[in-house]
Design a protein around this ligand. Structure first.
Ligand code: GLN
Length: 345
């Protein structure tokens, strides 16, 4: 008997609705952060994918999901947008789990590239993509999954991302078509990857899975839940489902820390100091290990292709909540716990 994709990769169980941010002290901080940066209209929409240039530019949503299963959200945190490069972190995690760290490292490195996400450049020492958070490395990770699943990469990716979000995610067909019709640069990268032996098999099928994974619709709440699943070492703290393998999560967070914000990653680590990943759809996810994750959505991008308001909000939240990995004041995890009150039963 042949199983359908739905049967092979069952639908994720729905998660409960978020608590609105005007309840509780952590919510108030989230709401105040949003209010502070809402008037900022700097930056521009990504326009190299025609469909992205047509999105509504003004929404701004923030959400926090905690490892004890709370989800706190502001207005706009349940508006859908395409995940774009935020998918790269989760897809890398799946690739690690499927074939193991050594096989993945043979095909894609873990060094920051210092270049733009779509740079057509490989590590000169290895002739492999620098890391899985830029397009070349991400297409390689998708190729690994394509090979390991016998051509079912997208079904598996959609199922795992849905399980991490705690609800069934869907594809934005129009963005997928737009990206697939205009993705000549990614095609060039994929064919070069094939040429250097980093990917093999059907290049077009791998690219199709990559374009689809970038066009999955998510919300800021979804990103917070997906991040909290990494923060909670692979278990979705809201649905209780084990989604990712523990060791794969550790390796993924390490690469998000050093490479997640493109060629702004060094500055981000310095100022915000948490593993994160952004996408040209305007999403950013930031993970505070064993505590919480923040999801943000605001589509206008800065010169490094990160969300303008997203970066500003993370800087403020990081400062206010003491989220930096090397925070040396007394705030940090105990402060966030105090703000949240007693853990949920
Ligand atoms: N789909 C986009 C691309 O491949 C993703 C880029 C991004 O979010 N930085 O170009």
């Amino acid at each position: 008997m042949t199983l359908s994709a739905e049967e092979r990769y069952p639908v994720a169980e729905p998660r409960p609705a978020p608590t609105l941010a005007d309840t509780g002290p952590l919510g108030e901080i989230l709401e105040a952060t949003r209010a502070r940066h809402l008037p900022n209209r700097q930056g521009a929409l990504a326009d190299y994918i025609p469909e992205l240039a047509a999105v509504e530019p003004d929404p701004f949503g923030l959400a926090i999901a905690t490892v004890d299963g709370r989800l706190i959200a502001t207005a706009d945190a349940e508006l859908p947008f395409t995940i774009q490069s935020v998918s790269k972190a989760f897809v890398y995690c799946i690739a690690l789990e499927l074939v193991g760290r050594d096989a993945v490292l043979e095909r894609v490195g873990v060094e920051p590239s210092g270049d733009a996400f779509n740079a057509i450049v490989f590590d000169p020492h290895t002739n492999r993509p620098f890391n899985p958070m830029v397009n070349a490395g991400a297409i390689t990770a998708t190729a690994i999954i394509h090979q390991a699943t016998g051509g079912h990469a997208f079904e598996l990716i959609l199922e795992r991302l849905s399980a991490a979000a705690g609800r069934r995610l869907e594809l934005d067909e129009a963005v997928y078509r737009s990206e697939s019709d205009t993705g000549h640069r990614n095609r060039a990268i994929a064919h070069l990857l094939h040429n250097v032996g980093a990917i093999d098999g059907d290049v077009d099928a791998v690219l199709d899975a990559y374009f689809r994974q970038c066009s999955i619709l998510v919300t800021a709440c979804d990103l917070a839940c997906m991040g909290a699943t990494l923060s909670h070492i692979g278990e979705n703290p809201i649905t209780g489902r084990q989604v990712f393998d523990l060791t794969a999560v550790r390796n993924t967070l390490a690469v998000m820390f050093t490479c997640g914000m493109y060629d702004y990653s060094g500055h981000w680590a310095y100022d915000v100091g948490i593993p994160a990943k952004s996408g040209v759809g305007g999403g950013v996810v930031g993970v505070v290990n064993r505590q919480l994750a923040v999801g943000s959505f605001s589509p206008r991008l800065d010169a490094k292709d990160n969300s303008v308001r997203g970066v500003a909000a993370f800087k403020d939240l990081g400062e206010e909540l003491g989220l930096h990995a090397f925070e040396c004041s007394n705030i940090g995890s105990s402060y966030v716990s105090a703000l949240l009150g007693a853990p949920q039963a």
